[in-house]
Design a protein around this ligand. Sequence first.
Ligand code: 5AD
Ligand code: SF4
Length: 461
Amino acid sequence: MALAHERVFGQRAEAIIYPEASYKAYIETYGCQMNFADSELVAGILQTTGYTFTPSPEEADLILINTCAIREHAEEKIWQRLKYFASIKRQRSHLIVGVLGCMAERLKKKLLEEEPVVDLIAGPDSYRHLPQLIRQVESGTKAIHVLLSREETYADMAPLRLSPHRVSAYISIMRGCNNMCSFCIVPFTRGRERSRPWESIVQEVEGLAKAGYKEITLLGQNVDSYNDRGLRFAQLLSKVAEAAPNVWIRFATSHPKDMLDDVLETISLYPNLTPYIHLPVQAGSDAVLERMNRGYSAEWYIQRIEAIRRYLPEAVISTDIIVGFCGETEADFEETLSLMRTVRFDSVYQFMYSERPGTLAARRYADDVPPQVKQERLERVIALAQAISLERNQAQLNSQQRVLVEKPSRRDPNDLAGRTFSGRAIVVRGAAAFAQPGDILSVNVTGASSATLIGYAASSN
Ligand code: 5AD
Ligand code: SF4
């Protein structure tokens, strides 16, 4: 399952100051959590070759932009940023600009040809080669490496954590995707699915726990098909839960056709495995699901939701929905709304279908839902999703929740923002006076909007 949520784009590398700063790198990341994890890996690789990091592209010697290709809109943003980097390069002729990630993989040489500022292209399986590629550019030629691998999991490489608050960390447990959903570019940009050896995952988890991290998210395009020499995702979860008993463990993304009860049962057995499930449904009509090549029906999906609620009554469930996929009729679309009413998602990420060249859907079906119909359907999904999220959040009023504090609240510096154990966003009023990122607070919930809960700390523990 693709993990792309564009709403999290634009993270900047934290500056790490060394006494004798050498070359400075700036990394900008777009797209999914996997891309953020990859940027940390890239930062780790650069650090071993002597780079330091800057949060401002204007003073960088090397700019790397880690890109997303999931929708056309995501790529348009990258072209704009490249124009900006070109303006910096006019002042700093030695500046090297590299494009990484899914758009690099999709467009390959075309990027070099169409945007002269680009010196270097590296796809998702090429980061190990970055030092050589940079040297090649330094010696005067453009560099490109976009070979996809069947084995690369970067299991032996240490990421440099870029998040300013050392509270939450991502670990990628697998790469690529074998699913071939017809709308999706990911199998083409990230290649075949492969699982990272479980020992290296557990080792990284232990290291993060020792370093004081409180929350770890295990990442994969489809975690339910994790398979390391026969060891499956449920067993990996047990090993990780045991390796870091005081760390809250989350994961993404699950696939409805592969998510088995053993994973749900495992979550119910360990107090640090969090009952947050992101289970993209994409559409509520069986005809559309069939054309999407999703491998399940609406009824199957609803049964999976029932299984989640049976094992994990407190589960928070989110989903992805695409509106306006090829051939989607008004009646098909209404089945999506009706599924939303049945399931009652805590949150929904909704997207208008964007045709990606080379995908099965682009080759087989006409992108025939007019843009204004897509827009109107998107708005109807948003309105319904928000109404349901509000009710789900209001049902939390007057409850007491354990909350992991993540960062200062954006709205008011006296407040802190975090998440409940099951993954609901929450703002804790006035908590900046006595708590900090990484603390776990007991919070009485006193307010709820569709996007967040609001509460006051009862005590810290
Ligand atoms: N158009 C629109 N949305 C897409 N997604 C994936 N490919 C496309 C596309 N071509 C959505 C899916 C996926 C999420 C990460 O992005 O909903 O689950
Ligand atoms: Fe997710 Fe399907 Fe794309 Fe794989 S092909 S990344 S499962 S949406």
